[in-house]
Design a binder for this molecule. Sequence first.
Ligand code: PEP
Ligand code: MN
Length: 341
Amino acid sequence: MLVIMKDHASASDIQHVVDLLTEAGAEAHLSRGEIKTIIGVIGDREVMYSLELGGLPGVEQVIRVLKPYKLVSREFQPEDTVVRAGGSSVGGGAFATVAGPCSIESEAQVLETARAVKAAGATMLRGGAFKPRSSPYAFQGMGVEGLRLLRAAGDEVGLPVVTEVLDVRDAETVATYADVLQVGARNMQNFMMLDELGTMAKPVLLKRGLCATIEELLSAAEYVLKGGNRDVILCERGIRTFETYTRNTLDLGAVAALRQLTHLPVLVDPSHATGRRELVAPMCRAAVAAGADGLMVEVHPDPEHARCDGPQSLTTTAFAELMGDLAARVALEGKVSGGVL
Ligand code: PEP
Ligand code: MN
């Protein structure tokens, strides 16, 4: 941590900061310039931050140099984490394509989608059974019956299944059906949920919060790893900005940054990021080029009649075309679809 003192801060103000730090067991290293004094601090992170030095007389700014996460960082583990789920892998050169409807609506809908995405080369099947909707009056998902249909469709076509845990009380139930437990954007900082999933033996797909910074996403992932569960997949799904033409703004810079900062695999969800079907394919191509370890794409056999997110869902035909186009691009990045176990 660095404490930047105001121009010409008095000797007593500087000494006061140094005294507080020393009392708290930290080392203070002074760098005195003609105008400014900067105090470099070495010591326990949490203790240093709890001192709230920013409000003291003569202090201009406190800069946190240490990262608030450790286990997820590249420094801690230089090699990529490979997450395995039901015969499919992601990370470390294994490229995942998670495809399926926004929500599970019927046995026929999920089965038709599962067959189509499997035939097109998807490596995991997605589908929401518990849906986080902006309006409490909108379709909330089929619940446990939806989980059962998703599992059955996945088993039928031979794909692992991914679905969202909306409430920590449902975590055990969802885990009995799903191969990968999704934490939605609105729950990224639900720390009780992250703690609970950290104790479970199923991979977690953690979506970036609508207004979450990269550091906050990594700190949320750190909670899961700290609980003992090392199998976390991150997902960039667009963030809130002033732009309204797209549903969110796809932050591809974050994808490249995450690949450098963390060993965890990073997926891109261009469906929720753009909210527009016609933008999904170009953003998939961009995501592959940005270094993503996989994609999450909403696919529906009849998007016009979808109960949720139809405008951003690809038809099964469009998804097959997209997969054909992506194959060479994924190979160019040195990645293998579905990965080697
Ligand atoms: C989803 O993937 O079904 C979903 C609701 O996405 P998000 O949490 O990113 O909005
Ligand atoms: Mn959706």
